[in-house]
Ligand binder design. Sequence first.
Ligand SMILES: [Zn+2]
Length: 87
Amino acid sequence: MHYFTPKRCASSRKIIYHDKAQAERAARQGLIERGAELWVYRCEYCGGWHLTHHDPKEEHLLRGMGAQATRQGKPRSRKRGFKPRRR
Ligand SMILES: [Zn+2]
């Protein structure tokens, strides 16, 4: 019996693809078989390639917006020890 058992990443638990072409082929197959749009990205933990359901560019954009929102929510204009001078 011939059965392909893919290696999985210890960090993300995702299937490891050894090169980008292999991952892209799997992504295309996922789109055809399940209609799932998948993105290929390089993993910094295992050095292989993984598939993700999220657009890495979009994810980055969302994270950037969240950081900006928390910075704006913090009040910075605290006037301590400031006494207005009278003329
Ligand atoms: Zn990995």
